[in-house]
Write a protein that binds this ligand. Structure first.
Ligand SMILES: Nc1ncnc2c1ncn2[C@@H]1O[C@H](COP(=O)(O)OP(=O)(O)O)[C@@H](O)[C@H]1O
Ligand SMILES: [Mg+2]
Length: 318
C-alpha cells in the first residue's frame, strides 16, 4: 500500500459541460511524471460559459446537499482516539460517516492528529486511507513514528493505505490532449478522486483523510472554480461513506477565515491554533462545529508530545 502513486497516465474522456454537450473523445496522455502507473478512465469537466458554470454549481451543491453531506449515522459514533478529544464529543466521538474540516497553521499538529485518527481506527477494526498531498509516504511515516504514531504494521497488513498525491503540485496549468488543451488541475482532481476511491475499495476503508486540501484547491484560479473543486472532492468522499477528515491550512494571523464555504459543507469543524499568553504561546484546540452530537465548544489547551497529540479537556484557556 505504501507509496501507491496516483495515475498520471490516463485514458481521458472529455465532456464539455456537466450537461453533456458531450463530445467524448479518448486520448492517451503522458503527464510529466508518467510511467509505471495504472491506466484509468477519467472524466473531465471544463465548461466555459458562465450560465453552464452556475447551473453546474447549483447542481453539485444539490448533489452534495448540505443537510445530508457525509453519511452521518445518528446512532453510531466513531471515536477519534486522540487523548482528550472524545471526552469533548460527549464521550462518543463523531457521528459515523461525518466529514470534518480540520483547520490549523503549519506545525499545529494536523497531520499527526489525522494519522492518530487512522491508527485508532485500525484498533477499532476500521481500515483507513490517507491521501498525502504534500509529503511522500516514507517521510510522512518516519515523522509520525518519531511522534509515537507507528503505522508501519497496519500499512504492511493492508489496513491503512497511504496514497501519494504529492505529484499534483507538479502538473502544469494546462495539459495538451490531442488537439485540445485542458486544465491540468481539473485533470489532477479527477485523477486524485479516482485514486482515493480505488484505495478505499482496496483496503475496505471506513476512515479517510485528505491532507491538506489547500494544496489542490489553491491551484484553481478563482473562488468559483475552487468551490467547484471542493464540491467535487466532498461529493466523492461522501460517496465512499467513510468518516472523513479534510485538513486545511489556516494562518494564525488570519482574523477572518477564508473557509466559510468548506465549513458550511462539512458536519464538523475543528481548529488547532495558538495564542500568545504573556510571553509564551499556548496551543489551543476547539471543536467549533459537530452536527449530530452534543459537544464542548470551549477552547482547550493541547500539546504535541512524543506520544502524539494530547488535549487537556478539563483545562480552560483564559
Ligand atoms: N518529537 C516531537 N515532540 C514534540 N513535538 C514535535 C515532535 N516532532 C514534531 N513536533 C511538533 O509537531 C509539529 C508538526 O506536526 P504536524 O502534524 O506535521 O503539523 P501540521 O500538519 O499541522 O503542519 C511541529 O511543528 C513540532 O512542533
Ligand atoms: Mg501537515
Amino acid at each position: 500500500m505504501l507509496g501507491e502513486r496516483w495515475a498520471v497516465k490516463c485514458k481521458v474522456h472529455i465532456r464539455r459541460t456537466s450537461h453533456a454537450l458531450a463530445c467524448p473523445e479518448a486520448h492517451s496522455i503522458d503527464a510529466p511524471r508518467g510511467g509505471g502507473i495504472p491506466r484509468q478512465d477519467v472524466s473531465l469537466w471544463f465548461g466555459e460559459e458562465r450560465e453552464a458554470r452556475e447551473a453546474m454549481e447549483s447542481e453539485r451543491s444539490r448533489s452534495v446537499d448540505v443537510s445530508k453531506s457525509g453519511h452521518p449515522d445518528r446512532t453510531s459514533y466513531v471515536t477519534m482516539g486522540i487523548k482528550g478529544v472524545d471526552s469533548l464529543l460527549d464521550g462518543k466521538g463523531v457521528p459515523k460517516g461525518s466529514s470534518v474540516l480540520l483547520l490549523g497553521a503549519p506545525g499545529s499538529g494536523k497531520t499527526i492528529f489525522s494519522l492518530q485518527f487512522l491508527q485508532s481506527g485500525v484498533a477499532a477494526g476500521e481500515n483507513g486511507v490517507y491521501l498525502s498531498m504534500d509529503e511522500d509516504p516514507e517521510r510522512l511515516l518516519a515523522n509520525a513514528k518519531q511522534m509515537g504514531v507507528d503505522l508501519a504494521k497496519p500499512v504492511k497488513e493492508g489496513k491503512i493505505a497511504i496514497v501519494d498525491a504529492s505529484p499534483i503540485r507538479l502538473l502544469p496549468a494546462k495539459i495538451k490532449l490531442g488537439g485540445a488543451e485542458v486544465g491540468g488541475h481539473e485533470f489532477a482532481l479527477s485523477t486524485m478522486i479516482s485514486s482515493l476511491v480505488d484505495a478505499v475499495k482496496k483496503v475496505g476503508a471506513t476512515r479517510l483523510v485528505i491532507d491538506p486540501i489547500s494544496t489542490l484547491i489553491v491551484h484553481f484560479s478563482d473562488e468559483y472554480t475552487r468551490r467547484i473543486a471542493f464540491l467535487d472532492l466532498i461529493a466523492a468522499a461522501n460517496k465512499t461513506k467513510c468518516t472523513t477528515i479534510f485538513v486545511d491550512e489556516l494562518n494564525d494571523a488570519q482574523l477572518q477565515r477564508p473557509h466559510v464555504f468548506e465549513e458550511f459543507l462539512t458536519q464538523g469543524v475543528i481548529v488547532m491554533s495558538k495564542i500568545l499568553a504573556g510571553s509564551t504561546f499556548t496551543r489551543v484546540f476547539s471543536i467549533e462545529k459537530m452536527r449530530g452530537i452534543a459537544h464542548d465548544t470551549q477552547p482547550h489547551p493541547y500539546r504535541i508530545t512524543e506520544h502524539g497529540i494530547e488535549v487537556f479537556s478539563s483545562e480552560q484557556i483564559f
